[in-house]
Design a protein around this ligand. Structure first.
Ligand code: ZN
Length: 149
């Protein structure tokens, strides 16, 4: 288990230092801001949704290592996926960081499982889930238009 924890730490640090999909998105058609006042994390998430699929997603902002790594991993995970699938991942991710999951769900979340440890630290749960709440808001702001095209 400690090897796994070390691996998880490495993934989080790597995404914190070199976040993926960081910066403005040229073709964005939806965006939202997210704040976690408890920790001071601030994020904006931009999405480009076409035909119900997340063609592009990027984030900007500043915050702790966990919020930043989570945003980086989130964008990697949902890019190219249908909106419905991204929302399902959000639900699974939320369940994982709040109540824990069974191994099967942890497997389906892939790399996102690196955050399963935060459920032991309630104050960090919001850091880990901020990016997902912000993505959800960005997709909502986009409304149903993208999925009904
Ligand atoms: Zn934080």
């Amino acid at each position: 288990m400690s090897d796994l924890r070390e691996l998880y730490q490495e993934v989080i640090l790597d995404h914190h230092k070199r976040p993926r999909n960081f910066g403005p998105l040229a073709e964005a058609n939806g965006h939202a801001e997210g704040r976690n006042p408890l920790c001071g994390d601030y994020l904006t998430v931009q999405v480009d949704v076409e035909g119900g699929v997340i063609k592009g997603v990027a984030f900007e902002g500043a915050g702790c290592a966990i919020s930043r790594a989570s945003a980086s991993l989130m964008t990697d995970a949902v890019k190219g996926r249908p909106v419905e699938e991204a929302e399902r991942m959000f639900a699974e991710f939320h369940r994982m960081v709040t109540s824990g999951v069974e191994d099967a769900v942890e497997e389906s979340l892939g790399k996102l499982a690196v955050f399963c440890g935060v459920r032991e630290f309630p104050s960090r749960v919001k850091c880990a889930s901020l990016a997902w709440h912000t993505l959800h808001a960005a997709l909502e702001a986009k409304g149903g238009t993208a999925s009904t095209e």
